[in-house]
Structures are given as structure tokens and as C-alpha cells.
Design a protein around this ligand. Structure first.
Ligand code: ZN
Length: 326
């Protein structure tokens, strides 16, 4: 164990901060009411592709797996009715955190010990909300964005890896995000302060549906960017994958990088009689053209934070992720 005061040279940490220093207070506004249709409602069918070495989504359960002739406990991947699943609420949380960062919204802290600056405290007036709370909801206001639970496309095989235990850092330097780096395998010897995880490997695909209701074009522009999609910097009319998102657990071990591939966009037509027809048929099919229209609206995007995020979240697949305690 490392002695206090004598710090060992540590491996570069696999996360980055989007600083809040010098940021103005979030631009708050009245949220869109739910009682009538306005703006964009519909759904985007998405495929989630694991692009890091592994993805781990915890279930809170253990099982036993055979290791060197003995039963060994491991943390299992989440399942529903016996099938692997990524809960939609978890996907929503990840997309929300990117929206928060790129729209200068309030900071919803998950860890109680982390303290954000007063300027970005969580919104508490349901009639006056930051962009992220308006779109994703908060106490007293139901959000207008939801994800279905993601299920595997085809057969998804799991495997078992070993990682060193993790400790939650206590300091706060802004909004924290994990990078995409190369997982460093451990030997499979059972050891104190190490754990086994049931994971799915790179290339595994899941399918989810993103539902949105009564969203403005500016909100759709934010949402699509927060899925890691962006306009090509030089080639007009082209949508590119700007960065992977991080979902699930063991992110400090560089697990959980995923790309969101839009497969189908359906928008409900909200003009009078068409609404019922839209609801029956599931809406009109739209493609890249629709994405471009949404991405063209940058009015809710904090351009500085967006550029910073795009740069820092780029995959560094050749760079090793720390394998020990840090
Ligand atoms: Zn807020």
C-alpha cells in the first residue's frame, strides 16, 4: 500500500473536466407545458455499439463462475427476464450529463460529497429551469425525453474480467467525464481489493428508442449533439460521430464507451387531423435531412464548452487506462 505523503508516480487519469470557472449562470426559462402538442414529438431508433474493450452495466447482483477449479463471485451484468439489458434511465442520465455540459445548465450531482459552485446549483423552481432540466425534467416537472431499456441486437455473449477496486474522488473541478482509452487486463488470480465483473466485449450492439415530446428545434439540436453526433467541420450537409459516450460502471477502468447510431427517425405531424394519422402510423420517416435541420440550431449550445467537449472526449484508443488504484 502506498504510504501517506510519499506518492508514487501515478498513471495519467482517464477523465477530464469541463470547467465551470468564468461561466455565467444558466439561462433559465419557463418549461414547455405538457397539455398540448407543440414543436417536435416523435422517436429516434438507436443502436448502441460498444467501442471500448468492454461494457459493464451493474445489476446489483452477484453470481458464481468457475475459476481455477473453484467457484468465484462476480458482479453480474443487468438482466430483465433473463436477457441482458441497459436500463433506459441510465442511458438518459448519461445523455443528460452531456446536455448539461454543452448548454451551461445546472449541475445535478450524483455523489453527495461533491460540491458544485453556487452559480450552477440544481434548479429548484419548476417554473424557471435551465435547458437540461426543461428537457429532462426535475422535481415538479416531468421531462420530455425518455429512453426505452436497451436490449441486445442478436446474440450477446458475456465474459469475465478482473479490475482493481475503485474509490470515488472527492474533489470538484467542474463537470467530470471519462475518456476512451485501452483497458489493461489483470491476471485472473483472486485477490483482495480486486473484483470480477461480467461484461460484454467491444462490438456488442444494443437497441433502444429515444422518445421526445414538444421539443423546440434548439432542444433537438442539443439532444442530437449529446448523442455524440455533429455537423462535419468542413463538409457541409454531413453528420459525423463526434465522440463516444460513456455508459455503465467501471468507467475509471475505461469501460463503457459507446457510439449511438441513429437507425430511424419518426416525427409526429402535429397539425390538426394529421395528428391522429401520425399516432396510428408512427409518424413520418425522416433521415439525415432531419438531423441537419436540428443540428443547424445552435441557440442553446454553449459553443466554448461544446468545442472543449468534442476535443477532450475524442477516443485515445492507443493510450493505456490505469489498472491500479489512483
Ligand atoms: Zn437545472
Amino acid at each position: 500500500m502506498a504510504k501517506r505523503g510519499r506518492r508514487q508516480p501515478s498513471e495519467p487519469k482517464p477523465f477530464f473536466w469541463i470547467s465551470l470557472q468564468g461561466k455565467s449562470k444558466p439561462q433559465k426559462d419557463e418549461p414547455v407545458p405538457h397539455d398540448r402538442f407543440s414543436g417536435w414529438s416523435g422517436r429516434i431508433e438507436l443502436e448502441i455499439e460498444v467501442c471500448s474493450d468492454y461494457l459493464y452495466v451493474g445489476s446489483g447482483n452477484f453470481d458464481l463462475f468457475p475459476l481455477q477449479g473453484k467457484d468465484q463471485a462476480r458482479y453480474t451484468f443487468a438482466r430483465r427476464n433473463g436477457h441482458l439489458v441497459i436500463p433506459g434511465t441510465g442511458i438518459k442520465g448519461v445523455v443528460r450529463s452531456v446536455v448539461e455540459a454543452i448548454s451551461n445548465s445546472c449541475v445535478l450531482l450524483s455523489a453527495r460529497e461533491e460540491r458544485g459552485p453556487g452559480s450552477h446549483r440544481p434548479c429548484n423552481d419548476p417554473d424557471n429551469l435551465c435547458p437540461a432540466c426543461r428537457l429532462f425534467g426535475t422535481t415538479g416537472y416531468r421531462g420530455r425525453v425518455h429512453f426505452s431499456d436497451a436490449v441486445p441486437v442478436g446474440n450477446a455473449e458475456t465474459t469475465t474480467i478482473k479490475i482493481a477496486d475503485l474509490w470515488r474522488p472527492k474533489r470538484f473541478e467542474g463537470r467530470k467525464f471519462y475518456q476512451t482509452k485501452a483497458f489493461q487486463p489483470q491476471d485472473m488470480r483472486p485477490q483482495k481489493n480486486y473484483r470480477f465483473l461480467e461484461v460484454v466485449p467491444k462490438g456488442t450492439r444494443f437497441r433502444t428508442t429515444l422518445f421526445f415530446e414538444n421539443a423546440t428545434t434548439a432542444e433537438m439540436g442539443l439532444l442530437v449533439r449529446a448523442l455524440g453526433l455533429a455537423l462535419h467541420m468542413n463538409k457541409e450537409g454531413t453528420v459525423v460521430y463526434a465522440f463516444p459516450l460513456k455508459i455503465g460502471g467501471a468507467k475509471p477502468r475505461c469501460l463503457g464507451s459507446v457510439y449511438f447510431h441513429p437507425k430511424k427517425i419518426q416525427v409526429l405531424s402535429v397539425t390538426g387531423a394529421n395528428l391522429f394519422q401520425s399516432l396510428l402510423t408512427g409518424g413520418d420517416y425522416q433521415g439525415t435531412k432531419q438531423m441537419l435541420e436540428w443540428l443547424a440550431d445552435k441557440s442553446l449550445v454553449d459553443q466554448e464548452a461544446w468545442a472543449e467537449f468534442r476535443e477532450k472526449a475524442k477516443p485515445q484508443t492507443g493510450v493505456p487506462c490505469p489498472k491500479e488504484v489512483y
